[in-house]
Design a protein around this ligand. Sequence first.
Ligand SMILES: [Fe+2]
Length: 187
Amino acid sequence: MLTRQESIDLLSEYGRGEGWIKHCFAVAEATARVGHILAKRRSVDGSFLWSAALLHDIGRYRTHDPLLHGVEGYKLLSMSGHEKEAFVCASHILFGLNAAEAMQTGLPNRDFIPRTMEEKLVPLVDYLIEYDQPTTLDSRFLSLRKRNSGNMFFLDRLDRAQQRAQIFMSQIEDETGESVEKIVASR
Ligand SMILES: [Fe+2]
């Protein structure tokens, strides 16, 4: 398992001071805040959560394509033996890809659907941070629709991704009695 410092070193090595790594740090910090609140009620692997959140977009060192950056991150981290974090790179795309979709995007032929609390927290918080600023689920998806108007594969699956994010966010809010958007926005 990657330590906090190893994850930072890896991101620095591939991010080379580019702007998108600010997003990665913002997602890691906000995910940790939500994880911390959840950890009062259930077991959360805070160390894995932070590393996976920090590295979820590492594939952006090769491409900013809305699908393929997840594939590139998956390849990079799985080749270096970090399977669990690699899975999050792939499965944060559209809040999960089934086996057929995974194959179409260049991933192995199996489901990449986030199942654990940690795996689901990363894509949720990712959707609540635009660049390095907190936003709401509704405005983030509006912005994703505008920015990717030419990508039908991505666009066709955005409603499903939004539904998955919304359902999971409501689950956390029912459990904790707190607004996830507020936790993400509080610094
Ligand atoms: Fe991403």
